[in-house]
Design a protein around this ligand. Sequence first.
Ligand code: PMP
Length: 363
Amino acid sequence: MGRVFNFSAGPAVLPEPVLQKAADEMLDFRGNGMSVMEMSHRSKMYLAIFQEVEQKLRDLMAIPQNYKVLFLQGGATLQFAAVPMNLMSRTGSADYAVTGMFSKKAMQEAQKYGKVNIACDAKPYAAIPRQRDLTLSADAAYFHYCHNNTIYGTCWDYVPETGNVPVVCDMSSCILSTELDVSKYGVIYAGAQKNMGPSGLTVVIVRDDLLGTAADYTPTVMNYAGQAENDSMINTPATYGIYLLGLVLDWVRDLGGLSAMRLHNEKKADVLYRVIDANGFYKPVAEKASRSLMNITFRCPSEELDKQFVKEAAAAGLVNLAGHRAVGGIRASIYNAMPMAGVEALAQFMCAFAAQNGGVAHV
Ligand code: PMP
């Protein structure tokens, strides 16, 4: 079987040249006689890879010098706890914007460690609130939000203004998809398994002045200051995932960096949103002004047709299109590595499917 177009929300499609390079280097990494997977994390050869990957990430995202980059494990979900453990004690409370399932989970986790103020609850999560709709507290230790809501297919089109309160952001499903002003954030975190590489690696970018306020009970490996002092090597990091992130960063850089990624992502999303808007058969889940470029969510006229869509699409080599169980419908996740050819094939399929089931055949 050839490669399919994989619309999974994560772990997700990786760039084919990255997989090819990893395969080429699998048995013998550049004359070292072993796979990266087999290297000690403290060996000279591995440390060279590790340092190079951090520098590549800093260069690509233009991460200022006063930020530490941590390569951790435990997924974004562990960060739901690590963030309050590290930061909450600064004032004892934090603001949380709830715009979907993951930001709700983050908020609920934080409640175990201090007082949580709900800055907004944007139920039914089809739209992102405007700045004026946020209830902010001046004495919050931080403000937490999730930039791209993977499940609902919504995305913030601005960075909330919070005065002196540091902004903490879950960027799991949008990191590296567009340019970003890191200096607007106190902490950025992301599970790698969408735009960065395989699962098992979590990237945390934290501003220096936020280090050193962790609660005493914080587990050693979750303490940002401790990890920063030990170059993310208090214990064994996700060595192979970090190496793969390096290959992904090369791929992004060679294609023109984050601005080129954004253009590419805008074009891809536009192809699908056009079909959704013009066709009439499909109903979008997210409101227009809040649409994600990464996760395109929509419904067929009935649940039966949703199921049939997913089944027939899979038979046509377009896989993993079922919406999240909380939303239903269809979700096409089109991260950086999804080629335009995959999006065009899906758009064609959508038009044909609509025509066969009472809609129109064209955009
Ligand atoms: N936040 C967002 C925005 C996500 O999309 C996900 C995973 N799909 C998570 C958090 C949870 O991530 P993990 O599985 O890495 O803990």
